[in-house]
Every structure is written in structure tokens, then in C-alpha cells.
Design a protein around this ligand. Structure first.
Ligand code: HEM
Length: 480
């Protein structure tokens, strides 16, 4: 029996050794009480975290209250944590307010790694895959045509297109989930978008996040917190109404994500998941799939205003390959410059710049550093995409880098994260980006609103989603 214990003993000794031998993580000085709160409160957090990486290395730590966060700033290190060691880092941090927003962690995006979460993600993933295979192309095509129609109707007026992009992206999701799309003027759509946006922005406000670290403050009156609770109730009422209407509609038989999810609640599959999971999947898809895609379209037009020759190159490629026909997703291999433009946008402006925080669910290591259980891991995708060791001239907009021989590294491009928490909508987003961008650049030349106004500011505003500051543009129809 003593001999049998030797391997266990050796294992625990080697673990202890590797822990003490691993170099400790450096990071910016941590203030008494505040820790690195001031670093975390910086206005453009992804840029700030990237500048800290130049000083403290591609992996460093920040302290917030009694939580240690480890920031990963290069794609190899991010891949090690998210893909190679996915089972060590697939957790999400728990928080008081996160639980309220996610109905006790029953969303895919905020739910912690558990048997219930795995069943939820598996069912939603296969429902989404089925839609992607069967109907996504026609759903996106329809929205792309509709978007072009809306732009034609502007008749060359200078306009802010962000709401039109949001409606197009949101209609893709509502068609996939409920088989329904909405007009820009629809009250139902406005109410839903308004409620989801308010929740995301209130949840990110310091008045709310302070409640996670200081439980005593939860007893005091807090108007932003009351507003958050009211919005959560409004969201749940609106989504609940949509699901009830859906159950009574013709679509309930199949073909949508919601019908597949509802089926998974029935025997023999049923058991782990409940109506709340179906409800919260809609929230996940609407939040994950609307502002992201729409922000990326907004960024693309903003960059193209600065570099008109790039939009002309895409237009010439489209005309050369397709003549007058509208593109299909299967044409992408024949349109390398368009694909290079989309990749360059995903690199320069990863719209989820810090992904979603991960949590170490056991003791592990990253890049040789010991990482204790419960450490929060922040994958700085923005930093990885601006790493001078990987990208030549990383801050320049150069779609050519993704053409053959251009030196761009598809392996280092990780805008959707990876591993167990890979973006659930990656396939949807890629098809949307391709078709929307191709349709827009086939039909329009984007021109600055006027000679007097400055071109869009390309620095952006970073919260959960990295967005460009509002700007106006003229969509000038191309002669076909
Ligand atoms: C998660 C990026 C569009 C649904 C994520 C994450 C990233 C990301 C970086 C976090 C991964 C991590 O935690 O490591 C993007 C980008 C998009 C996009 C760049 C568009 C350009 C979409 C769309 C949908 C969607 C269209 C829905 C159809 C989700 C969901 C999660 C997620 C549900 C949570 C996954 C989980 O926690 O397991 N996305 N996303 N996203 N995304 Fe996306």
C-alpha cells in the first residue's frame, strides 16, 4: 500500500514545486484598498490594457478587491488558455448582479461551466447549426436586399446608418429565433432593443458593479440599480410575450431555433433544461448577435471613408467575378480582396475586444505561470490583434496583409475567441459580414457627408462592444 502511494506523492510534490518555481506575475503597482481599480476604470480599456502589455509583458496581473485578474495579450497565450487548456478556463466569474441579469446564470454567455450549461450550449448550438445549414443564407440575403432598399430610399442624403445596420442584424436573429422580422419603425422591435441596450449599459455602470464587491451597499437606495431591475422585468415580459405568440404561430412546428429548443424540453430528451433556458437563449442571441454585427458594419464604412481606393478595389473585384449578379456565400473563395477587408476589420476592431471574462475552474498554468483556481482571465483580443511581434505595422489598415504572401496570420486572428466558449454565432456572423458587406459595396459608393465635416473618428468607444462614434455618410448608388 505504501508503494501505491508513491505516484500520488510524486505528483503532489511536482505540483507544489512547479507552483513555487513558476515566476510570479508582474503587473502595475496596486494601490492600498483600491488595488488596480483605476486601471480597470480607464475610458478605452482595451487600448489601456494593450499599453500595459508593452510595459509588463504579454501576460500580467491586475488586482480588484480580493479578485486577481490575469490579462492575456497575445494570440499564442490566449490560444493556450482558451483552446489547449479549455477545460481549466471554461468557467465564468460569479457575481451578484450577473446572476440577476442572467436569471441565476441560465444564459449561455454568463452561465458557469456545469452539466446544465453544457446541455444548454449543446442544444442551442445544434439548433443554430440546423438553421445555418437550412435557412441562414436566404435569411441574410433577404435582409441584405432590404438594407440596400433602405439606402436607396435615402436618395443620396447624408445619414447615420447605425440604426439600419442594427435593424438588419437584429432581423436575422429574430427570423432565426421566431421566424419574424420587423420594420425600423416597429414599436415591438424598438422596445426590445431599447430594453436590451439599457440592461447592457446599466450593468456596465460603476453604480451597479460596486454592488458586486461591497454587499453592504445593496441595502442602500440606488436609482441605477432600481432602473436595472425594472429593465430586466421589462425584457422578460417582452421576450415572454414573443415566445407565447410564437407557440401559437405556424412556425412552432420547426425550422427556427426556438422550435428546436422547445422540442428539446419534451421527452425523451427533456430533463435538464427548462422554459427559462429557452427564454434566455433568445436574450443571448439577441444581445450577442445584434450590436456586434452592426458595430462591425459601421466600422467598415467608417474605415472605407478614410480609404476610398479600398472600396473601389472591392467593387472592381465584385464586378470582375460576378458581373451583375449578387454574391452568394459560396463565392467567397473567388473574392479574396473582399475577404481580406473583412478579416482586416475583425483584426483592427474586434467588436468584443476583451471577449467575456473567463474563470479558472481549477489550479492550472498559462505561459509557465501558476494560475490558481478562481482567477479571472481576460483575453485581450484587441491587444493580440495589435501585437507588433505578429503584425507588421499593426495599427495600419491594410487589407492586403491577408492576401496570399501579404504576411497576415489567420492563426493569430481570434475575434471570436476559441475553445469551449467560442462565440456561438461565429458562422452566422461570418455569413452576415460577407453578404452585407458585398451587397453594400456592390450597390453603393460611400462618400463623406460633406467637405467641411471631419471624417469619422477611428479610435472608437469601448464598453462590452467596441463601437465607432456616431457619424454620417452618403450612400451614393453605383451605376450597374
Ligand atoms: C461570445 C465575438 C457575433 C452569440 C462571444 C465572444 C466573442 C464573440 C469574442 C466571447 C468568447 C469567449 O468568452 O472567449 C463575436 C463577434 C461577432 C459576434 C466578433 C460579430 C462580428 C455573434 C452572433 C451571435 C453571437 C451573430 C448569435 C447568433 C454569442 C454567444 C456567446 C458569444 C451566445 C457566448 C458563448 C459562451 O459563453 O459559450 N462572441 N460575436 N455572437 N457570442 Fe459572439
Amino acid at each position: 500500500t505504501d508503494l501505491a502511494a508513491v505516484p500520488k506523492l510524486l505528483h503532489s510534490l511536482s505540483k507544489r514545486f512547479s507552483r513555487t518555481l513558476s515566476p510570479s506575475l508582474s503587473g502595475p503597482p496596486s494601490l492600498p484598498l483600491l488595488g488596480n481599480m483605476l486601471d480597470v476604470a480607464q475610458e478605452h480599456l482595451p487600448i489601456h490594457l494593450t499599453s500595459l502589455a508593452r510595459r509588463y509583458g504579454n501576460i500580467y496581473r491586475l488586482n480588484c478587491g480580493n479578485t486577481t485578474m490575469v490579462i492575456l495579450n497575445n494570440s499564442e497565450i490566449i490560444r493556450e488558455a482558451l483552446i489547449k487548456k479549455w477545460s481549466d478556463f471554461a468557467g465564468r466569474p460569479h457575481s451578484y448582479t450577473g446572476d440577476l441579469v442572467s436569471s441565476g446564470g441560465r444564459t449561455i454567455s454568463l452561465g458557469d461551466f456545469s452539466e446544465e450549461w453544457k446541455a444548454h450550449r449543446r442544444v442551442a448550438h445544434s439548433a443554430l447549426l440546423r438553421c445555418t445549414r437550412d435557412s441562414l443564407h436566404s435569411v441574410v440575403e433577404k435582409q441584405a436586399h432590404h438594407l440596400c432598399q433602405v439606402l436607396w430610399d435615402y436618395n443620396g442624403k447624408s445619414v447615420d446608418l447605425s440604426e439600419d445596420f442594427t435593424v438588419a442584424a437584429s432581423n436575422v436573429i429574430t427570423t432565426l429565433t421566431f421566424g419574424k422580422s420587423y420594420d425600423k419603425s416597429s414599436v415591438d422591435l424598438k422596445k426590445l432593443q431599447d430594453s436590451l441596450n439599457k440592461i447592457v449599459s446599466l450593468w456596465g455602470s460603476p453604480w451597479i458593479s460596486v454592488l458586486d464587491s461591497f454587499p453592504l451597499l445593496r441595502k442602500l437606495p440606488n436609482p441605477p440599480f432600481s432602473r436595472l431591475m425594472k429593465e430586466i422585468a421589462r425584457r422578460d415580459e417582452l421576450i415572454g410575450k414573443h415566445i407565447e405568440e410564437f407557440k401559437k404561430s405556424d412556425h412552432k412546428e420547426g425550422g427556427t431555433v426556438t422550435s428546436s429548443l422547445l422540442k428539446s424540453l419534451e421527452p425523451p430528451q427533456g430533463g435538464t433544461l427548462t422554459d427559462t433556458h429557452v427564454h434566455m437563449t433568445t436574450v443571448d442571441l439577441l444581445i450577442g448577435g445584434t450590436e456586434t454585427t452592426s458595430a462591425l458594419l459601421n466600422w467598415t464604412v467608417a474605415f472605407l471613408l478614410h480609404r476610398p481606393e479600398v472600396q473601389n478595389k472591392v467593387y472592381e473585384e465584385l464586378c470582375g467575378v460576378l458581373d451583375v449578379r449578387y454574391p452568394q456565400y459560396s463565392d467567397r473563395h473567388r473574392l479574396p480582396y473582399l475577404c481580406a477587408l473583412i478579416n482586416e476589420m475583425l483584426r483592427l476592431r474586434p467588436v468584443a475586444p476583451l471577449a467575456v471574462p473567463h474563470r479558472a475552474i481549477r489550479n492550472s498554468s498559462i505561459a509557465g505561470h501558476f494560475i490558481p483556481k478562481n482567477t479571472i482571465i481576460i483575453p485581450n483580443l484587441y491587444g493580440a490583434h495589435h501585437d507588433p511581434e505578429v503584425w507588421d505595422d499593426p495599427y495600419s489598415f491594410k487589407p492586403e496583409r491577408f492576401l496570399e504572401g501579404g504576411g497576415g496570420s489567420l492563426r493569430a486572428l481570434i475575434p471570436f475567441g476559441g475553445g469551449a466558449r467560442l462565440c456561438l454565432g461565429e458562422a452566422v456572423a461570418k455569413m452576415e459580414m460577407f453578404l452585407f458587406t458585398a451587397y453594400l459595396l456592390r450597390d453603393f459608393q460611400f462618400l463623406p457627408a460633406s467637405k467641411e465635416e471631419p471624417l469619422p473618428d477611428l479610435r472608437g468607444v469601448a464598453s462590452v462592444v467596441l463601437k465607432v462614434k456616431p457619424y454620417t455618410v452618403i450612400a451614393h448608388p453605383r451605376e450597374q
